[in-house]
Write a new protein. Structure first.
Lengths: 327, 263
C-alpha cells in the first residue's frame, strides 16, 4: 500500500534580519539555510495496517504525512502510495485517500454539517447509494444524527472532530491519514473516536496512519509503531517490542511482613522501599518471573505481590528525553 | 460541472446565516444612497444635465451603485487571502477540484446572494423613497444583466490575483486597501465616470474596473446601447482573459511554493 525508500525532504529557511535595516536586507538578499525535515526514511505499510507514527514536535511527522498525501514534493527518495507517486498525480491520488488534520477543520464553518458532507459528496463524486449508506453507518457509529443540522461553528470540539472523520471517509478511501485526531478532547470523546477508527480499520480494511501525542491512542489502536526523531526513524515495529526494548523492565511490588535488611536476588534490583513495601526492578526481558517469585516466597514472608508492566508513556518519555539529552 | 454548481449554491447558503448583518448592510447602503441623492439634488439646481446625465438619471445611478456595491465586492473580499494565510490552501490542494474554479464558484454564489438579498432590497428602498428610472427597453435590461455578469467575473479575476499575493506578503491588507481605493474610484462607484474630465475618462475606459459599476449602470439607463457597448465589452473580455491567465500563473507559482517549501 505504501512504499517509502530513503525519502528526504529539505526545506530552505530564508534568513531573517531584524530591525529596519534588516528589513531592507531581507528584501535584497536571499540568504538561507537548509533544514532536513525528513532525512532518509524507509518503511513499508501493508493494506489494512493501523500504524502509529510518533515523534516529538518538529520530528518530521507532518512533513512525512504531507508527502504521503501529495501536498509536498520530496527532495529525493522513492515514494509510492497505492500504486502512485502522490505529488505527480495529486488529484487522482486525492480521490483515494482521506485525511483529518485535528487542528483544522475541512468543513464549512457557517453551514450545517450535512451541507458540508453534501458538498464533499459532489467533490468526490460519491454515488448516491454509497453516500446514503455511509451517512447511515457514520450516524450510528459517531452519533452524527444529533448535530447533522447544526452549523459547524456551534459544534463542540468532539462533535467537530467526529464530523471531520465522517467527512474524510465519505468517499470510501482505501487509506486514511489522521493527524492528531484526538487533540484537545475529553476522555469520553477520545474513546468514541478511537472506537470508530478501530471499527473502520477492521471492518472496511481501511489502512490508517495516525500521528498523535496521546499514547492512549497508540495503546488502544496501534499494533505497529513507527517512531521518528529529527527526520530519522528511531524505531519501527510492534508496540510490545518498543515497550520491551526501551522500557526499564517490569517492576515487582512486594509487601513484606517485615522488610528484609539486605537483598540479593539474581535478576532483580531494589529500586526503592517504603515501610514494608519494596519495588524491585526485574532486569532484562529474558528473566522468568516464576523462579524469582518462588525464591522470594521461600526466603521471606510475603503478604502481597504485584507486577507492573512498563507504561508506554514512560517508555516514550525516556526516548524523547534521551533525545533532549543528546541534543 | 456539478461540483462547481454545488459550491456556488453552498456559498449562497452560507451567506444566508448572517441575517442581522445583512439588514444592517441594507440600512447602510440605503443611507448612503439617500446622502448621494440629497447632494446631487443640490448640485443639479439650475442645471438640466451634467456629463450627459439628468438629475433623474443621476439619482437612479446613485441608488443602483449602492445596490451593486456588495454584488461586485467593491470593498474587496478577504475570504481567499485569509484562507491562504491560515493554510487552508494545503487542504484544498488535497481535493480533486480545480482550485481556481473552486474559488470562482464560491465567489459567484456570494455575488448571487448579494444580488438577491442586498441589491434588490436596497434598490426597492431607493425606488420607494426617491423614485427611479426604469430601463428604456427589455433589450437594455437584458444587456444590463449581461453586463452585471461580466462585472462579477472581472471583479473576481482581479481579486483572485490581489488576494493571492497574501501568500507572499503574510498580510495582504495593505495591498488590498490600496487596490480597493483604485477600484472604487475607477469603477464609477463613488462618482459616475460621466462626470470625469475627458483625460481621466479615457484612463478609466482603458482599465477593467468600469465593468463593476459604470458600464452596467449606463446600460441600464440606456446611455450605452449595443453599438457603443460592444467595443467596451471587447476591451473588458481582453482584460478578463489577461486577468484569468495572470491569476492562474500566480496560482501555479503558489502551488509550486507550497509543494516545495511547505508554504
Amino acid at each position: 500500500m505504501i512504499e517509502v525508500r530513503e525519502l528526504r525532504k529539505e526545506f530552505r529557511i530564508y534568513r531573517h534580519h531584524r530591525g529596519g535595516l534588516g528589513a531592507l536586507r531581507n528584501l535584497v538578499t536571499r540568504e538561507y539555510r537548509s533544514v532536513l525535515a525528513v532525512d532518509g526514511i524507509t518503511f513499508d505499510i501493508k493494506a489494512g495496517e493501523l500504524v502509529g507514527y510518533l515523534g516529538p514536535n518538529g520530528a518530521g511527522k507532518s512533513t512525512t504525512l504531507k508527502m504521503l498525501t501529495g501536498i509536498l514534493v520530496p527532495t529525493s527518495g522513492h515514494l509510492v502510495v497505492n500504486g502512485r507517486v502522490p505529488h505527480e498525480q495529486r488529484k487522482q491520488h486525492a480521490r483515494e485517500i482521506g485525511a483529518v488534520f485535528g487542528q483544522r477543520t475541512t468543513l464549512w464553518w457557517d453551514l450545517p454539517v450535512v451541507e458540508s458532507l453534501d458538498l464533499l459528496r459532489a467533490i468526490y463524486r460519491v454515488p448516491a447509494d454509497r453516500y446514503r449508506a455511509n451517512l447511515a453507518l457514520f450516524g450510528d457509529l459517531l452519533g452524527l444524527g444529533e448535530f447533522l443540522d447544526t452549523p459547524v461553528r456551534s459544534l463542540s470540539l468532539g462533535q467537530r472532530m467526529r464530523a471531520d472523520l465522517a467527512a474524510a471517509l465519505l468517499h470510501d478511501p482505501a487509506l486514511l491519514f489522521l493527524d492528531e485526531p484526538t487533540i484537545g478532547l475529553d476522555v469520553v470523546a477520545k474513546e468514541r473516536i478511537r472506537g470508530f477508527i478501530k471499527t473502520v480499520n477492521r471492518e472496511r480494511g481501511t489502512t490508517v496512519i495516525l500521528t498523535t501525542h496521546d499514547l492512549g491512542d497508540v495503546e488502544k489502536l496501534c499494533e505497529r509503531v513507527i517512531m521518528i526523531d529529527r527526520g530519522k526513524i528511531m524505531f519501527d515495529g510492534a508496540l510490545e517490542t518498543l515497550r520491551r526494548r526501551f522500557g526499564q523492565g517490569r517492576v515487582l511490588v512486594v509487601d513484606f511482613e517485615q522488610l528484609p535488611d539486605g537483598f540479593d536476588f539474581p535478576g532483580a534490583e531494589l529500586m526503592r522501599a517504603e515501610g514494608n513495601r519494596a519495588w524491585l526492578r526485574v532486569a532484562g526481558e529474558g528473566t522468568a518471573l516464576a523462579p524469582l517469585v518462588a525464591d522470594l516466597f521461600r526466603q521471606h514472608r510475603v503478604l502481597d505481590l504485584s507486577v507492573q508492566e512498563p507504561e508506554i508513556e514512560a517508555v516514550v518519555r525516556r526516548i524523547y528525553e534521551g533525545h533532549l539529552l543528546e541534543a | 460541472m456539478g461540483v462547481y454548481w454545488h459550491l456556488a449554491v453552498k456559498s449562497f447558503q452560507k451567506h444566508l446565516a448572517y441575517r442581522a448583518a445583512n439588514l444592517a448592510g441594507i440600512a447602510t447602503n440605503a443611507f448612503f444612497g439617500a446622502v448621494y441623492v440629497i447632494v446631487y439634488t443640490a448640485l443639479f439646481s439650475g442645471r438640466s444635465e451634467v456629463g450627459g446625465l439628468t438629475l433623474e438619471d443621476t439619482i437612479t445611478y446613485a441608488i443602483l451603485a449602492q445596490s451593486l456595491l456588495m454584488v461586485m465586492s467593491a470593498f474587496g473580499n478577504r475570504e481567499l487571502s485569509e484562507a491562504i494565510v491560515k493554510g487552508a490552501i494545503a487542504v484544498d490542494l488535497a481535493r480533486p477540484v480545480d482550485f481556481y474554479l473552486y474559488w470562482a464558484s464560491i465567489d459567484l454564489g456570494r455575488a448571487a446572494y448579494y444580488l438577491v438579498f442586498r441589491g434588490l432590497p436596497t434598490f426597492a428602498i431607493g425606488a420607494l423613497l426617491f423614485g427611479v428610472e426604469l430601463p428604456p427597453s427589455v433589450g437594455a435590461f437584458a444587456l444590463f444583466l449581461g453586463a452585471l455578469a461580466l462585472g462579477v467575473v472581472v471583479s473576481f479575476a482581479f481579486r483572485f490575483i490581489t488576494n493571492s499575493l497574501a501568500f507572499w506578503t503574510t498580510d495582504a491588507r495593505g495591498l488590498l486597501y490600496l487596490t480597493n481605493t483604485v477600484i472604487m474610484f475607477f469603477s464609477g462607484f463613488i462618482v459616475p465616470l460621466n462626470f470625469f474630465p475627458p483625460q481621466l475618462q479615457s484612463i478609466a475606459n482603458a482599465l477593467p474596473f468600469r465593468a463593476l459599476a459604470q458600464l452596467p449602470i449606463n446600460v441600464y439607463l440606456g446611455k450605452a446601447a449595443l453599438p457603443e457597448v460592444l467595443p467596451a465589452v471587447a476591451n473588458l473580455l481582453v482584460w478578463l482573459v489577461a486577468l484569468v491567465v495572470i491569476g492562474r500563473v500566480v496560482l501555479t507559482r503558489m502551488v509550486r511554493r507550497v509543494t516545495l517549501a511547505g508554504g
